[in-house]
Design a protein around this ligand. Structure first.
Ligand code: ADP
Length: 162
């Protein structure tokens, strides 16, 4: 049985993330989405809120059977504890590549038994990131084609109260 972990900040989850989850689910018997707790990064949503939004978003688009966990600390250690075969990451633009390449090599050095698997984004999500969505929404623009409804609503609420 193959088991994979899809880690990220998911602040918040977008349709780009969901597309990767959907494709990764087809490749592995078991997929786990892991939301990182990174106290050094400034997040709009708390860890629990990000985790809940991932669950709600997956439910909204009919993705079933995927566990959503949170983790702290070094990804590769967590992946090893979870006994996964692979770490899934999405690739959008060239700038993703340098960072991901470095991380993948470092992770392989620490845990050679865990494979890094990269899924290339689809054309329409190339420009899509959580930060872009937050920025555009902050200016009051429509983002309903980029994120699930639950995320759009959570962003409206959060940005209003800011
Ligand atoms: P991180 O802080 O770990 O990069 P993100 O939530 O920004 O967390 O991204 C998690 C993963 O999802 C990364 O591998 C990122 O490249 C990928 N990703 C984010 N947005 C997209 C998208 N639009 N298309 C494909 N992959 C994406």
């Amino acid at each position: 049985m193959t088991k994979a972990l899809y880690p990220g900040s998911f602040d918040p989850i977008t349709n780009g993330h969901l597309a990767i989850i959907k494709r990764a689910q087809k490749l592995f018997d078991q997929l786990i989405v892991a939301v990182v707790h990174n106290p050094n990064k400034d997040m709009l949503f708390t860890l629990e809120e990000r985790q809940a939004l991932v669950n709600d978003a997956m439910q909204e688009v009919g993705l079933e059977g995927i566990e959503v966990v949170t983790y702290n600390g070094l990804l590769v250690e967590f992946a090893r504890d979870m006994n996964v075969d692979a770490i899934v990451r999405g690739l959008r633009v060239n700038s993703d590549f340098d960072y991901e390449f470095q991380m993948a090599l470092m992770n392989r050095d620490m845990a050679p038994e865990i494979e890094s698997v990269f899924l290339m984004t689809s054309g329409r999500y190339v420009f899509l990131s959580s930060s872009i969505v937050k920025e555009v929404k902050g200016y009051g623009e429509k983002i309903s084609h980029l994120v699930p409804k639950v995320v759009d609503e959570a962003l409206s609420e959060r940005l209003q109260s800011k």
